[in-house]
Design a protein around this ligand. Structure first.
Ligand code: PMP
Ligand code: GLN
Length: 384
């Protein structure tokens, strides 16, 4: 047989799928792949059932149902003061993953340089490889997960087409400061680069830290594609309703890809999310409190289990250095944890292209029921 697209020849199965399968095979508690092991609020499910019963079951318009786009426009205006025209500047996608794919495919030509901050979310690099981009990794160094400014500055050139930012940041739980975001904007403006800002954890920030969309700062809105998704906010990662906010010209390019990728997105789910977003004000405080409690409980337990977790300011992940516990690297330690302690975590070295730092820590997801976290901590503390 002839060879397939050579861009995929080096692709491996995603680490999230691999670790979840290994957790199942070893009957281990799965703190690897990021998803809650409990359902979103029951009223949410009723909204979708209602939408289905009301006949919202045929193709949605390719850009997404107008009602959801209008609700998103109102939501982003109210929360952040951001103004997006629902007709031309908001597009509904099959989760943030499709949004990332369409954005990269719409903006990046072969050999264009794209700056990726590492550790990165795995789909960025895979999609950039499909686009045949030249990936320029810039490391965020532990413990603060900050870049070295010379490294960031040197990464930019006239060939830089795009920089990808993820804020709040998976896997580290870092929330970027205003100063850091402004540094990115200055450089992007200087080299006329687009900014893709993946903000799927925008409502999962802790200790009173407020999420600051990069598009709200300076003139970033002109060059920024902001991506988010309902999966994390409403605890329904399987719903796969995401969205892209970008000025009309950029949105137009992205929509050209989206229409031939999925064309449109699950209709009743869009209606459900549209209704759910109207309840955001009453929903968010309880949601944030719940996850902050989980974070505090789990990180405290990790300390008792001799890990030294870096307490995240956002997301539902925590990373913990392993050097004081084992001679093994991240992958070896994760294997040992799954087999001996029956707990699955993520080895982050796959999220790096340049630095070896990923070998020195592991990632846990704490979006789990109290009993799941308790059991996992018991296992981690044991001498099995
Ligand atoms: N970006 C980041 C940083 C993520 O962690 C995830 C995964 N949950 C996604 C994008 C994908 O989101 P979705 O499930 O909406 O496609
Ligand atoms: N975002 C999730 C994580 O970081 C996984 C999503 C996926 O499995 N593709 O674990």
């Amino acid at each position: 047989m002839k060879t397939p697209n050579f861009s995929i020849l080096n692709f491996k199965e995603s680490i999230f799928a691999t670790m979840t399968k290994m957790a199942q095979k070893n009957a281990a508690i799965n703190l690897s792949q990021g998803f809650p092991d409990f359902d979103g609020p029951p009223w949410l499910m009723d909204l979708v059932t209602e939408a289905m019963k009301s006949g919202h079951n045929q193709y949605a318009p390719t850009h997404g149902i107008v009602e959801l786009r209008k609700t998103l426009a109102q939501t982003y205006k109210k929360i952040y003061g951001l103004e997006f025209d629902p007709m031309d500047e908001i597009t509904i996608t099959n989760g943030a993953t499709e949004a990332i794919f369409c954005t990269i495919m719409a903006l990046v030509n072969p050999a264009d340089e794209v700056i990726v901050l590492e550790p990165f979310y795995d789909s960025y690099v895979a999609t950039l490889n499909l686009a045949r981009a030249k990936i320029i990794p810039v490391t965020l160094y532990r413990k603060e997960f900050r870049w070295r400014i010379e490294e960031l500055t040197q990464a930019f050139s006239d060939k830089t087409k795009l920089i990808i930012l993820n804020n709040p940041h998976n896997p580290t739980g870092k929330v970027f400061t205003r100063e850091e975001l402004e540094t990115i904007i200055h450089l992007a403006e200087q080299y006329d680069a687009y900014i893709l800002s993946d903000e799927v954890y925008e409502f999962l920030t802790f200790d009173g830290v407020a999420h600051l969309p990069i598009a709200t700062l300076m003139k970033a809105i002109e060059r920024t594609v902001t991506i988010s998704s309902a999966g994390k906010t409403f605890g329904v990662t399987g719903w796969k309703i995401g969205w892209i906010l970008a000025c009309g010209a950029i949105s137009h390019h992205i929509r050209m890809i989206h229409q031939f990728n999925t064309f449109s997105v699950c209709t009743p789910m869009q209606w459900g999310v549209n209704q759910a977003l109207q309840r955001l004000d009453e929903y968010l405080p309880t949601f944030r409190r719940l996850y902050q409690e989980k974070r505090d409980f789990f990180c405290q337990g990790l300390i008792e289990a001799s890990y030294l977790p870096i307490i995240p300011k956002g997301t539902y992940f925590t990373v913990a250095p392993i050097g004081q516990l084992t001679q093994l690297h991240d992958v070896g330690h994760c294997m040992e944890l799954i087999e001996r302690k029956k707990v699955a975590a993520i080895p982050p070295s796959v999220f790096y292209l340049k630095s070896q730092e990923g070998q020195e820590y592991i990632r846990f997801c704490f979006a789990k029921k109290a009993e799941t976290l308790e059991k996992a901590l018991q296992n981690l503390k044991s001498r099995l």
